[in-house]
Design a protein around this ligand. Structure first.
Ligand SMILES: Cc1cc2nc3c(=O)[nH]c(=O)nc-3n(C[C@H](O)[C@H](O)[C@H](O)COP(=O)(O)OP(=O)(O)OC[C@H]3O[C@@H](n4cnc5c(N)ncnc54)[C@H](O)[C@@H]3O)c2cc1C
Length: 460
């Protein structure tokens, strides 16, 4: 419990309007996009590294748990304050400090929203590709802490591929700087990358430096309809074999097609087993050539309908189906749990078949969309968290999906992180040696276990 004296001390650091400790305000910071909840005792919205450092000095002196929070959109319980304490909300540290065109880098605070950043870059002909589905609201600090990625990862990679440097406030309140503005840097251990994906358990990110690339001249999406899922899966592999590296390569399965169609009435083919969405970008001539070759390939591989977007509006129209998959599913049942298993691309169809089998076995509705080009599947488990009998089946289904992905040579999570959601199953993939190293890293950075305790790895 925070004493009134400590509360007053914390309040004095950030001031009246950026400190909250009444129950109604705190409710806002008690959940994220996963299904667990935990009420903090105080929420603070710092605006500077100095404030964060002063807060951490109090927290380490008093051994108060501190949970970092961006927009709270993570799907693994990462920003839920399971042990009470302080929630540090980074949304007011939202300044773009520098967009440096000469050195092709940008420096900014963690509360900058991904899409706002993208808009500023577009004005200057620059590009930062990582595009999580939550990009309209999620913060760059949250993106770094989760190593977020999106559909464009097939061609351009994920957050870590662009991360050059960080400023981090440690549990002690000390300020650490890693990396810098250079595109190459092999000096010492790569601490920058260690913090990327660390989910607020090793330090608090207060400044981010990323590399930028030129904005592609144009882009085009095509949509292919397949009667047979395995034909769509084989097409994914063939795209690379014919020498095309698409920006995005997505599959929408039959259950999802019907769930989306019920909601959006886009005229999607309900009888199809799979929709393939392929986006290419680059100079106009190259894009025209590649979309022509992809159309021909999809037809040869069994697609009975191929639509190529001719305009920006048509491009957006094609993406509408994929983008509405989560919302369309979520409206069907009170609870939607977005799974995130990832397998080598060659095992994509096998993993789809496993999810169908598991859904039947546990009598659950599980539509699946996938970033097929990088083997990242999102089975969306539609359920009701108040139905205890059904939740037992859900837990078993998630466990089986996760184990199957690892058995197929894949990983527990491609984007969403471990948080609380996958903490118990983490040793299944990592093994005891890696778990011991993981625990030791946590203890080195956070000896008092005050930074987002209970997440990723449990320290006892
Ligand atoms: C509809 C929807 C679609 C999504 N699509 C994608 C997707 O395509 N790809 C993807 O990767 N994810 C996706 N996500 C998950 C989520 O949006 C991402 O993980 C995102 O990066 C979280 O950002 P946030 O600002 O909401 O962070 P939060 O959820 O607030 O926090 C995420 C984690 O980062 C930590 N953290 C936050 N800020 C800091 C900081 N400054 N310093 C240290 N730690 C910090 C938190 O403690 C927490 O552990 C989606 C979520 C939703 C709801």
């Amino acid at each position: 419990m925070l004493s009134q004296v400590v509360k007053d001390e914390l309040k004095a650091i950030v001031g009246e309007g950026r400190y909250f400790d009444n129950e109604e305000d705190l409710l806002l910071y008690s959940y994220d996009a996963f299904i667990v909840q935990g009420q903090p005792e105080a929420a603070l919205l710092p605006v500077s590294t100095e404030e964060v450092s002063r807060i951490m000095k109090v927290a380490s002196r008093e051994r108060i748990p501190v949970t970092a929070r961006g927009a709270g959109t993570n799907l693994a319980g990462g920003s839920v304050p399971t042990r009470g304490g302080i929630v540090l909300v980074f949304t007011k540290m939202n300044r773009i400090i520098e967009i440096d065109k000469v050195n092709r880098v940008a420096v900014f605070q963690p509360g900058v929203i991904n899409m706002e950043f993208q808009k500023e870059l577009t004005k200057r002909g620059l590009y930062y590709p990582p595009d999580p589905g939550s990009m309209a609201v999620s913060t760059m600090g949250g993106n770094v802490a989760e190593n977020a990625g999106g559909p464009r990862a097939v061609k351009y990679g994920v957050t870590s591929d662009y991360l050059l440097g960080l400023e981090v406030v440690l549990a002690s309140g000390e300020v650490l700087r890693t990396g810098g503005k250079t595109l190459k840097n092999v000096t010492g251990y790569n601490l920058t990358q260690l913090f990327c994906g660390s989910e607020g358990t090793l330090g608090l990110i207060t400044e981010i430096t990323v590399k930028l690339i030129p904005l592609p001249e144009t882009k085009r999406t095509l949509q292919a309809v397949f009667k047979n899922l395995s034909d769509a899966g084989r097409t994914v592999a063939r795209v690379f074999e014919i020498g095309i590296l698409p920006v995005a390569l997505e599959i929408v399965d039959k259950v999802s097609i019907n769930v989306i169609e019920d909601y959006m009435h886009l005229g999607l083919p309900r009888e199809a087993e799979a929709l393939l969405l392929i986006e290419v970008d680059g100079p106009e001539a190259a894009v025209a050539g590649e979309s022509g070759r992809l159309t021909q390939l999809c037809r040869e591989m069994g697609a009975h309908e191929v639509k190529v977007a001719g305009t920006v509006e048509e491009n957006d129209e094609i993406w509408k189906a994929r983008r509405s998959a989560y919302g369309a599913g979520a409206r069907l049942r009170p609870t939607a749990i977005a799974e995130d298993c990832t397998v080598p691309v060659g095992n994509l169809v096998a993993m789809f078949q496993e999810v169908t089998r598991i859904a039947e076995k546990y009598q659950l509705l599980i539509p699946v969309v996938a970033h097929a080009g990088d083997g990242n599947l999102h089975p969306l488990i539609l359920t009701d968290s108040s139905d205890q009998e059904e939740m037992k089946r859900v837990v078993k289904a998630i466990d089986e999906i996760s184990r199957k992905a690892v058995e197929l040579g894949g990983t527990l999570t491609g984007e969403h992180g471990i948080g609380i959601a996958k903490r118990e199953i983490l040793p299944f993939e990592l093994g005891e040696v890696a778990m011991e190293i993981t625990r030791n890293i946590k203890k080195t950075f956070d000896p008092l276990n005050i930074l987002n305790p209970d997440k990723v790895v449990l320290i006892v």
